[in-house]
Design a protein around this ligand. Structure first.
Ligand SMILES: [Fe+2]
Ligand SMILES: [Fe+2]
Length: 136
């Protein structure tokens, strides 16, 4: 798996506004992966980590806002998965800035598979619940 390819069947949560955010997130991850593959400058990679981190935090807060607002029963477990992932990304970023980590395809693979699996399994669990509440 080099890049993540969006397919409705596998990745759609059937909520257009959230699908759009997931597509944007996947674009950022693919761009990050591409830049690691071609060994882009540290500066470009740093910018991409920052963009990826910021967009991820924005996206997670959107989902958490909806789940909390409508009382989704699995909110806390879901948020915990988000928090753990953000912590991992912050840790990569920190070690990268301090020269203690070389970003490898292994790390980008971790990020790619985490996001794809999270959408496929955890995010999809809120679909019916949020659609029922009128989230589009
Ligand atoms: Fe998501
Ligand atoms: Fe999520």
């Amino acid at each position: 798996m080099a890049t993540i390819t969006w397919t409705d069947e596998i990745l759609s949560v059937n909520i257009p506004s959230i699908d759009d955010q997931h597509k944007k997130l996947i674009d950022l991850i693919n761009e990050f992966y591409r830049n690691i593959s071609i060994q882009s400058s540290k500066e470009s990679i740093f910018k991409l980590i920052k963009a990826l981190k910021e967009y991820t935090v924005f996206h997670f807060s959107t989902e958490e806002k909806y789940m909390k607002q409508y009382g989704f029963p699995e909110y806390l477990n879901h948020k915990e998965e988000h928090d753990r992932f953000v912590q991992r990304v912050l840790d990569f970023e920190d070690r990268y800035i301090n020269g203690k980590l070389i970003l490898t395809l292994e790390i980008t693979n971790f990020i790619k598979s985490w996001v794809a699996n999270h959408i496929k399994t955890t995010d999809r669990k809120y679909s019916d619940f949020l659609i029922e509440k009128g989230v589009r």
